[in-house]
Design a protein around this ligand. Structure first.
Ligand code: FE
Ligand code: FE
Ligand code: ZN
Ligand code: FE
Length: 195
């Protein structure tokens, strides 16, 4: 209920107005830690799934430029899996994967695009790029959030690792945009005339 807009300075975090039961700080922290850990399991599953999905996307792609970009990101993705294992280690937890429904859906969407587009066509590449960028955007949102939580919890080393991956996901997204802008979209547009 947002009708308690008390702005008086609070000394103890347990007197936070949002927390009706005035839970102890420790308990609040462990809730966030649990959320952090669960989110790590989710993205760990997602990254591991991508190491299997990316080779299929690469194989289905038409242009060498896109094939190379996907291959490079596959290598990065393998490193990202290892980084997540390092983050699990830093928080003293076993690396464990928990199914990410969102990534499962995004990968399925990519597979349908491949099924629905003609082999060897530029339209296929346009579709793969779009599907891949949806994946990158999901990852950017996830790693941005996770890095922020890690910083908040004082897990600086974990935050560094998560930010490193975040930068790679942003870079991958930008590369895909450039590939689409530079030739693929234009060539796909020509394709509709000559087909
Ligand atoms: Fe991912
Ligand atoms: Fe990734
Ligand atoms: Zn998820
Ligand atoms: Fe990625």
């Amino acid at each position: 209920m947002p009708n308690t807009k008390s702005k008086k300075p609070e000394k103890s975090p347990s007197s936070n107005g949002k927390n009706k039961n005035a839970k102890a700080t420790q308990e609040t922290n462990s809730q966030l830690q649990k959320f952090f850990e669960d989110s790590l399991k989710d993205i760990y599953w997602a990254e591991k799934s991508l190491t299997k999905a990316l080779p299929k996307m690469q194989k289905a792609a038409t242009t060498e430029e896109l094939k190379n970009a996907i291959e490079e990101h596959l290598t990065q993705t393998e490193t990202q899996v290892v980084r997540l294992e390092q983050v699990f280690e830093l928080i003293g937890k076993k690396a464990q994967a928990k199914k990410c429904d969102a990534m499962e859906g995004l990968i399925k969407e990519g597979e349908s695009i491949i099924e629905e587009t003609e082999d060897g066509s530029m339209t296929r590449d346009v579709g793969i790029i779009m599907a891949a960028q949806k994946v990158e955007h999901y990852e950017i949102a996830t790693y941005g959030g996770l890095a922020q939580i890690a910083t908040t919890m004082g897990l600086d080393e974990a935050a560094d690792l998560l930010n490193e991956t975040l930068d790679e996901e942003k870079e991958a997204d930008e590369i895909l945009t450039k590939i689409a802008e530079n030739n693929i979209n234009w060539e796909a547009e020509q394709e509709t005339e000559t087909e």
